[in-house]
Write a protein that binds this ligand. Structure first.
Ligand code: PLP
Length: 418
């Protein structure tokens, strides 16, 4: 075996370096193929991103057309490019707020850190520099940068780094009352923003309790707190609409997106910023937002995003996610009676998780990983989430048969555990 020099994220390299590598060489639709030509269902859409599925030649052609014109160029100052302009206009149009502006980044973590910096500059510009505290939720995952890790709600992700960011606080993931209480105890005049994933993804596929999102939006509005919806996972059809915020009738001040924006064909992130926040930067009172990235507004990535959005629209993929949402409980019902399954979690859109029984997890702590490994043997790729849940978030192009393929593989996995 040759020694790989590739250092894998979130991975214990002391174990992986001794294993034969598992190399994915290509994909078509909802399926991937390994170096030996074996076919696998991509039951997690990679890391929740491949909404339109693999092997989309038209996306590659859009990139090729744009990249054969130029590499990228800066969008600082008055420089711009056509794909970035078109994409910004299209995202602003989809935003639930009127007159939104779009700030581009290279991914989800970039976008969350940008949003944190933006709201702190916003409050400073309004003469309220004490509004600095960023509130977030337990179990939330917002990315791997200093800021996004620091506000994350998964303790393991923060361990060993010391204090990453000051002036933060976390609230219970499922309680609007806890948000209200925390704001009252801190003093609303100290709180800059509340960041939340409409559906918590990596933290366990946790759907919001009935009325939760509307309640937290109302609390933020009443206290003047900036509401940031992290739609890195829930955007671009995954939740049954372009954005979960639209689906739930919530109007955030900032929507953060990435992943499904390009379906993973190119790294790209964006902040869709409502007029209330953008205005002081546009009318000159706030001065410049002294922040940006080399690849903010990357022309090739923007062309890829436009081609991806064309597919989502033309093939009505958000509607397909909506229609699967109603069928998922039935399709996944063979799992509910399995003694090792605690709950099959379904909710809005094409996101689900199989929560394993806590007793089974106590007896066999490595159970989720063993199930996932056995599913791979059975031709289905997915992963386990922090609480041991098995993730189901395939490309939005699937039908009933792929959901059944996933269910059968989970059952095979569970039944091969001694
Ligand atoms: N926000 C959410 C909800 C995510 O799930 C992720 C990544 O999984 C991020 C932010 C960070 O995105 P990226 O990995 O593109 O930096």
């Amino acid at each position: 075996m040759t020694t790989s020099r590739l250092w894998h994220g979130f991975t214990d390299m002391s174990t992986v370096r001794h294993r034969a590598p598992f190399t994915i060489t290509r994909g078509q639709g909802a399926y991937l193929f390994d170096a030996e030509g074996r076919r696998y269902l991509d039951a997690s859409a990679g890391l929740w991103f491949c909404n339109v599925g693999h092997g989309r030649a038209e996306i590659a052609e859009a990139a090729q057309r744009q990249m054969s014109r130029m590499a990228a160029y800066s969008t600082f100052g008055d420089y711009t490019n056509e794909p970035a302009e078109q994409l910004a206009a299209r995202l602003a149009e989809l935003s639930p707020t009127d007159g939104a502006s779009v700030f581009f980044t290279s991914g989800g973590s970039d976008s969350i850190d940008s949003a944190i910096k933006l709201v702190r500059r916003f409050w400073l510009a309004l003469g309220l520099p004490d509004r600095r505290v960023i509130l977030s939720r337990e179990n939330a995952y917002h990315g791997g940068h200093i800021g996004s890790t620091g506000i994350g709600g998964i303790a393991l992700d923060r361990e060993g780094f010391g204090e990453l960011i000051t002036d933060t606080a976390r609230v219970a993931w499922d309680s609007a009352e806890d948000l209200e209480k925390t704001i009252t105890s801190l003093g609303a005049e100290r709180v800059a923003a509340f960041v939340m994933e409409p559906v918590i993804a990596a933290g366990g596929c946790l759907f919001p309790p009935q009325g939760y999102l509307q309640a937290v939006a109302e609390i933020c509005r009443r206290h003047g707190i900036v509401l940031i919806a992290d739609e890195v996972v829930t955007g671009f059809g995954r939740s049954g609409d372009w954005f979960a915020s639209r689906r739930f009738g919530v109007v955030p001040d900032i929507i953060v997106c990435a992943k499904g924006l390009t379906s993973g064909y190119m790294p790209l992130g964006a902040l869709i910023v409502g007029d209330r926040i953008a205005q002081p930067f546009y009318d000159g009172t706030a001065g410049p937002f002294f922040h940006g990235y080399t690849y903010s507004g990357h022309a090739g990535a923007a062309a890829v995003a436009l081609a991806t959005m064309d597919i989502i629209e033309r093939e009505a993929l958000a509607q397909n996610a909506l229609s699967l949402e109603t069928r998922l409980p039935d399709l996944m019902s063979p799992l509910t009676d399995h003694p090792m399954v605690q709950e099959v979690r379904t909710g809005q859109g094409l996101m689900a998780a199989v929560e394993l029984n806590p007793q089974a997890l106590r007896v066999t702590p490595g159970l989720p990983m063993a199930v996932v490994a056995s599913m791979r043997e059975a031709g289905v790729l997915t992963r386990s989430l922090v609480g041991g849940q098995i993730q189901f978030s395939p490309p939005l192009i699937i039908g009933n048969s792929q959901a059944t393929e996933f269910v059968d593989a989970v059952l095979t996995g569970l039944n091969t555990i001694p």
